[in-house]
Design a protein around this ligand. Structure first.
Ligand SMILES: Nc1ncnc2c1ncn2[C@@H]1O[C@H](COP(=O)(O)OP(=O)(O)OP(=O)(O)O)[C@@H](O)[C@H]1O
Length: 262
């Protein structure tokens, strides 16, 4: 019974996923899960495999081996129903810059087959929550980088997905916008009971996470709470703990430091 409960509590599962590009192995047997209402940070240096993993989780790439499920739907066998439960923000902005904010959101609602009245209510709520209501009629091109990201996040939440996949959503934002976007995502996802997988290489963004998964060179090096990451590495800061978990990054940091002090 307990095992059944915990299986249904898992919104996203990824089991022994492998992906290679020719001889380069990008993911080497990655297993992880995200539970309902849980905010999980996926922390990894450049080239760790985060984007490849997201492309597989969002159905853009097919894994060479392994299994992905969303709300118990197998991504390979039942992609339509698995994808319907996902809200995705890609690393590269993917929004029509010439369309007004409102039209972008309406288009997404239509794609998901939301009835017009229901869509209008949800859009109004999300625009309000993100402080975007006054800019609803503005073309996205006229918005700041931070506001554009908020439109993408609102769009990802519009069909009320069980799981949010966010690939470095704060890339290119200033520190204040980063903190704001992170806080708003957490609040909205928790309110909706959705799971969140937030990929980043910024250690500051994992402090508030329920759990952190460290990915390096295509493999999971750690999976636990930020406090546990500090505990097992006996590091004073999360930054030091991350370096301890990713020796290749630590070596690069040491070399850079030595060059600076030479
Ligand atoms: N289309 C591709 N063809 C060949 N190699 C690829 C391709 N996509 C990714 N790789 C390689 O797979 C590895 C993982 O790359 P990936 O982009 O997934 O890492 P990442 O963690 O998202 O990095 P970043 O933080 O820089 O975006 C890297 O070694 C990369 O060079």
């Amino acid at each position: 019974m307990l095992a059944e409960l915990s299986r249904y509590d898992q919104v996203l599962t990824c089991d022994a996923v492998r992906k290679a590009f020719g001889a380069r192995v990008a993911l080497d047997g990655v297993s992880l899960c995200v539970r309902r209402g849980e905010f999980v940070a996926l922390l990894g240096p450049n080239g760790a495999g985060k984007t490849t993993l997201f492309q597989i989780l969002s159905g853009l790439f097919v894994a060479d081996a392994g299994q992905v499920t969303v709300m118990c739907r197998d991504m390979r066998r039942d992609p339509v129903r698995a994808l319907a439960q996902l809200g995705i923000v890609f690393q590269q902005p993917a929004i029509d810059l010439d369309l007004p904010v409102l039209a972008n959101l309406r288009f997404h609602a239509d794609l998901h087959g939301l009835p017009r009245r229901e869509a209008a209510q949800r859009i109004a709520r999300l625009l309000q929550a993100f402080g975007l209501a006054p800019r609803a009629q503005a073309p996205v091109r006229e918005l700041s980088g931070g506001s554009r990201r908020k439109v993408e996040l609102a769009r990802a939440l519009l069909h009320e997905p069980a799981m949010l996949l966010l690939d470095e959503p704060t890339a290119g934002l200033d520190p204040a916008s980063r903190v704001q976007l992170l806080a708003e995502t957490r609040r909205l996802a928790r309110h909706a009971g959705a799971g969140v997988l937030w990929a980043t290489h910024l250690v500051q963004e994992v402090e508030q996470a329920d759990r952190v998964i460290v990915l390096d060179r295509g493999a999971v090096r750690f999976d636990g709470t930020p406090a546990a990451l500090l505990g097992i590495t006996a590091a004073a800061t999360l930054e030091a703990a991350f370096l301890a978990m990713t020796p290749s990054v630590a070596r690069a940091a040491q070399t850079a430091q030595a060059e600076l002090s030479a």
